[in-house]
Design a binder for this molecule. Sequence first.
Ligand code: EPS
Length: 351
Amino acid sequence: MNNFRFLTAGESHGKCLTAIIEGVPAGITIDIDFINNELKRRQQGYGRGERMQIENDTVEITSGVRFGKTLGSPITLIVQNRDFESWKKIMSVAPEDVTDEKAFSTYRPGHADYAGSVKYNQTDLRNVLERSSARKTAIEVAVGAIAKLILKELDITGSSKVLQIGSACCAADFEQEVDIMRGKGDTVGGKFVVVYKNLPVGLGSHVHWDRGIDGKLAQAIMSIPAVKVVEIGTNPLGYQGSAYHDEIYINNGEIERKTNNAGGIEGGMTNGEDLVVFGVMKPIPTMKTPLKTVDSQTKEQTEAHFERSDVCAVEACSVVAEARVAWILVDEILRKFGGDSIDELRKNYNK
Ligand code: EPS
């Protein structure tokens, strides 16, 4: 049992995004520049929309850290929405400010508009869009950056890479693919990979269905807006067992593998090899050339709502996935090794 958990709050065009993290051991070095750089990475990638030119995401820490080190108490993170300046009235908390400016009622196919408005009984679909927007992933990346700083104390490092954009499988062709889609008023998705190195054996467990680290990683990545596929290691479809499974050797007393098709997980546990997780992001559903849909108010056939959006956000998605994986790894490390301070965690952490 550990108390490592977080909650986030914030609307896309509201004042700010907030997170409270509990369970970070005391004594972790908090490098603000590192967190801000992670936020910057999330804003990048060819095909991002105009919003990314307005925002310059940086984190403010208002609790849980003193003189650059965590205290073991809850950590509060805030990322401001610069765009709120232009949305103050529209996103006002005060009842007297009620307005239908920027309200909309035409469902965007593929977005949360339809199901969310039925579920929460909303007529203005903005009341769904504001939280379903991928804007909330900014604060999640800040949370993941804290997890990465904990991993850094244990010499565990992570990275991610875009592998495919639409039909383009080579980085040199990615921008052209995005340009073609932009020209058509369309959007495009793609595939990315996240890799973490230097992990201990035995994070997760085989003993219950809800303790496998593969299942936890799948949920963590699948729940990023627009992710539709999560794969761990080499996709096994079409493989024979003899070619797929990673044979085990001994070298100077150490277990060694010559392949890593399992992506670093066997039996729901890390096996000491690199963790390799793939994700596939669908094309963003907010499209300049709108799809056919229905107006929730008139119940008439019409075209979907368009608001400025990204043509492609796969690179941003890979950074978010890197952050989510970091969170799951720290959660499992604290569960297995434990420690209220970094010194205690280090002492317990015998890989
Ligand atoms: C995003 C901010 C949003 C979108 C995008 C992600 O900004 P705005 O709605 O003001 O243009 O660019 O959200 C979506 C793609 C979506 O479907 O909701 C961000 O900060 O990443």
